[in-house]
Design a binder for this molecule. Structure first.
Ligand code: ADP
Ligand code: MG
Length: 352
């Protein structure tokens, strides 16, 4: 551009009227083009003369300030003739934060305005999330530190119990320590969600380990468990250990909701899109109020409950791309249904 003007300036004496008109048209077109760019710029731009009067401004500047920039530049305390950058808040036409940059030219100061309200809010949110995370990490660290000695206490209490099997106070101690340990583990799981380590597998397989771990409790309370698994079940992407945890939480809740001699039916099946597991008990059931808040942390109706089992389970299922739902009637029982997308479905979905 500059070279173009230089060239014209050099030869201007030699140009006839026709050539001058041609050059003039070129310049006018160029000015028109620049004017359009200037007006369409999403950044607000104001040009100030040496005295600080606004001699030119674009639409964005007017919109950001809510009125003709010429009328308000005085209040903006713009530093003339030097480069600067600062933030300011304005409350009209609505509350927002603007970034203002100035850039000096030979005879003017150009002011750039940009709305950074959303950007700023995002940064603040990020800081807040960061602080929350720090507190959570600290809490998880402390819980972890408590869990280890607690484990040792529990083991030693077990040994003492062997020597003094009739001692009631030892039994009470062990129960309390186990309760503390349950709370800590629930808390740790809730605080430290680990990403599932997904592998192709069967949704039914982790059930077996889990039932084995609960076998004693199930026997003691004379609960009947039926397990209905078809021979072939379509593969899903699954973290088996995490799913053992889910089944454990659900089955434990069922056991706790059942009277002696109750029934738990476990049904595994598949439809076109998902592998599905339903765990149904004929225990005490839940009312509507309980159902509305199900899966929320710290909601428990049990004297010794933590209210974390379902929340952790739901998160694991969600991390597998699946869903968990519950149906229940007071006095009749409860059914939890987990759906995980079939592996081939998942891959197809990824390919789009
Ligand atoms: P917790 O077992 O420590 O109370 P959970 O998150 O596992 O925490 O369960 C939350 C609440 O949901 C329980 O306290 C209970 O009221 C209700 N609940 C969960 N599963 C069942 C079930 N199978 N039958 C009846 N109520 C249940
Ligand atoms: Mg529970």
């Amino acid at each position: 551009m500059r070279n173009f003007f230089k060239g014209v300036r050099k030869r201007i004496g030699k140009l006839d009227a026709e050539q001058l008109r041609e050059q003039y048209t070129l310049i006018a077109d160029e000015a028109d083009f620049l004017e359009k760019l200037f007006m369409a710029n999403s950044e607000g731009i104001i040009v100030l003369d040496e005295n600080g009067n606004a001699i030119k401004s674009n639409t964005a500047a007017r919109e950001l300030l809510g009125m003709d920039p010429a009328a308000v530049v005085e209040n903006l305390a713009i530093p003339l003739g030097r480069a600067s950058k600062r933030e300011m808040t304005i409350s009209y036409p609505d509350e927002k934060t603007l970034e203002m940059k100035t850039l000096p030219t030979k005879s003017a100061t150009i002011v750039y305005l940009r709305d950074i309200t959303a950007e700023k809010a995002r940064t603040e949110e990020e800081l807040r999330v960061g602080a929350t995370k720090a507190v959570r990490d600290l809490a998880a660290g402390v819980a972890h530190e408590i869990a280890n000695p607690l484990n040792a206490i529990s083991l030693n209490l077990q040994l003492l119990q062997r020597v003094h099997p009739e001692e009631e106070s030892l039994k009470t101690c062990r129960e309390q320590v186990e309760r503390l340990s349950d709370i800590l583990h629930g808390f740790l799981q809730a605080l430290r969600p680990s990403r599932p380590n997904l592998m192709p597998g069967s949704i039914a397989e982790p059930l077996k380990n889990c039932l084995a771990a609960l076998e004693k409790q199930i026997e003691e309370r004379r609960i009947a468990v039926t397990l209905d698994v078809p021979d072939a079940i379509p593969a899903v992407a699954i973290d088996k250990l995490q799913f053992e945890q889910v089944y454990f939480n659900l089955l434990k809740n069922s056991i706790e909701a059942l009277h002696e001699g109750g029934i738990i039916d476990i049904d595994v099946r598949a439809d076109d899109s998902d592998a599905i597991v339903t765990i149904r008990d004929n225990g005490e059931g839940m009312n509507e109020e309980q159902l509305v808040h199900l899966f929320e942390p710290y909601r428990t109706t049990k004297e010794k409950g933590t209210g974390l089992g379902l929340m952790v389970s739901a998160r694991i299922v969600r991390d597998h791309g699946g869903t968990i739902s519950a149906e229940s009637k007071p006095g009749e029982g409860t059914a939890f249904t987990i759906r995980i997308p079939r592996l081939e479905k998942r891959i197809r979905a990824l390919k789009g």
